[in-house]
Design a protein around this ligand. Structure first.
Ligand code: B12
Length: 371
């Protein structure tokens, strides 16, 4: 049967014909290869009757309660059984190859869940992180919507009987990210932050997600645009958390990246955790000239300066201002670009560990413990 122009539809049309959202269709396409749109000259997807048939079969299977991954596998298997050998199979790898079949752990339903309203922002000042974690998990357990279980991945720490696992959340974030679906990314993050402590969310979801984005960029499966988009969502979320006032009287930390350093998300995470531990913070962010850092430090007189650098050369060629900073303030170095040797060379102190560890370690040091 030949397919004419009238039988090709944009995604919105297919969505209304089949009765699911565009987001769900995109997820079924990127995740399971269920749909095989053609492209217009301008790059828009055009779907045809075969796509509609597969989408309807998927809807029908989902209606019977079949989990999404299984439903897609059944629809695609039925198609393969019907097809002559020389016809390209549905479910072919796509440019973004968001999740290759072999990589697919048991998956959750990509159908967007209703977003759980984020709990009140004042959760950030509930108390020390260790106490917050379990409390938040308990409070949230009634509100987290269910969904298909990712039975193979362990639940996030502090999590009781909820359906959400860290691996599943990372997976869902990735699926929404490759579809440039900001709302679904925030819906996933709403669920995460409603379920575990901020510290667990950072360590078990946000960073693994960023690392996965980095791998995707490195191996060519993701575009720089994806990386920028993902970074913006994560950083925005951490920025919103760090907006909390924090303590009015705790120690004061001045946070900055070295002059050539763009990566400031980890430092933002340190800020969030420090604030939750009762610190006051001032954040100067990426590409901070050391002379400017010194100007700010002279004005606010921080108890601690934390300099962050991810790139190997982040702490080289910094000039003489470092010596002035180190002479006047308690300066710590952190990030991939820092280690004991670098810190010793600059007369500063190395702060090891991931951002959550580092922030908690800094707090302990301020309370008299050794680093
Ligand atoms: C987001 C991102 C960006 C964003 C940054 C946005 C932002 N506002 O931060 C943008 C797009 C700007 C960017 C730019 C570049 N990026 Co980039 N980027 C990333 C990505 C995907 C996530 C970074 C991140 O926040 N990770 C979260 C942190 C917590 O995880 P982590 O890096 O594994 O860090 C561990 C420890 O080192 C430690 N840690 C790291 N930083 C800090 C900081 C503090 C304070 C503390 C306490 C601990 C700590 O915590 C983690 C342990 O759990 C990573 C991939 C990855 N693996 O992380 C690449 C990555 C870091 N980028 C990389 C590169 C090469 C670049 C560019 C040079 C690319 C280019 N050619 O332009 C530029 C750098 C420009 C510059 N002058 O800095 C490489 C670095 C390789 C290397 N070591 O040299 C990575 C690893 C990607 C890759 N796989 O190759 N990037």
């Amino acid at each position: 049967m030949s397919v004419g122009a009238a039988d090709r539809w944009r995604i919105g049309v297919l969505a209304s014909r089949v009765g699911v959202s565009e987001t769900v269709l995109r997820a079924w396409e990127t995740r399971y290869g269920l749909l095989q749109p053609a492209r217009t000259a301008a790059g828009y997807r055009l779907y045809g009757p075969e796509d509609e048939r597969r989408a309807r079969a998927m809807v029908e299977a989902r209606g019977r309660g079949v989990p999404a991954a299984q439903a897609a596998a059944e629809v695609l298997a039925a198609d393969r059984a019907r097809m002559p050998a020389d016809v390209p199979e549905p479910g072919h790898p796509r440019r973004l190859r968001a999740v290759a079949p072999s990589e697919r752990a048991p998956v959750t339903d990509p159908d967007p869940q209703p977003a759980v309203p984020a709990p009140a922002r004042d959760r950030a000042v509930d108390g020390p992180p260790e106490q917050v974690s379990d409390q938040v998990a308990d409070d949230a357990s009634d509100h987290v919507p269910g969904g298909d279980q990712a039975a193979a991945s362990p639940p996030m720490s502090g999590l009781r009987a909820q359906a959400l696992t860290a691996a599943q959340a990372v997976e869902d974030l990735h699926t929404a990210m490759v579809a440039y679906d900001t709302a679904s990314m925030h819906a996933v993050l709403d669920r995460v932050f409603a379920t575990v402590s901020v510290e667990s969310a950072i360590r078990e979801v946000l960073f693994p997600f960023l690392r996965r984005v980095g791998e995707g960029w490195e191996n060519g499966h993701l575009d720089v645009a994806d990386e920028h988009f993902a970074s913006d969502v994560v950083r925005g979320r951490l920025g919103a958390l760090s907006f909390a006032a924090g303590s009015a009287s705790g120690p004061l930390a001045l946070l900055a990246c070295t002059p050539y350093e763009s990566h400031d998300i980890a430092l933002k995470a340190v800020e969030v955790v420090l604030q939750r531990a009762g610190w006051r913070t001032r954040f100067l962010g990426a590409h901070t000239p050391l002379e400017s850092l010194k100007v700010a430090a002279d004005i606010i007189e921080p108890d601690v300066i934390l300099l962050s650098g991810s790139l190997p050369a982040a702490f080289t060629g910094l000039g003489s201002t470092v010596a002035e900073l180190v002479a006047a303030f308690d300066v710590y170095l952190a990030g991939r670009g820092a280690d004991e040797t670098v810190a010793e060379r600059l007369g500063a102190t190395y702060l090891p560990g991931d951002p959550v560890d580092a922030a908690l370690r800094l707090s302990r040091v301020r309370n008299g413990a050794s680093p």
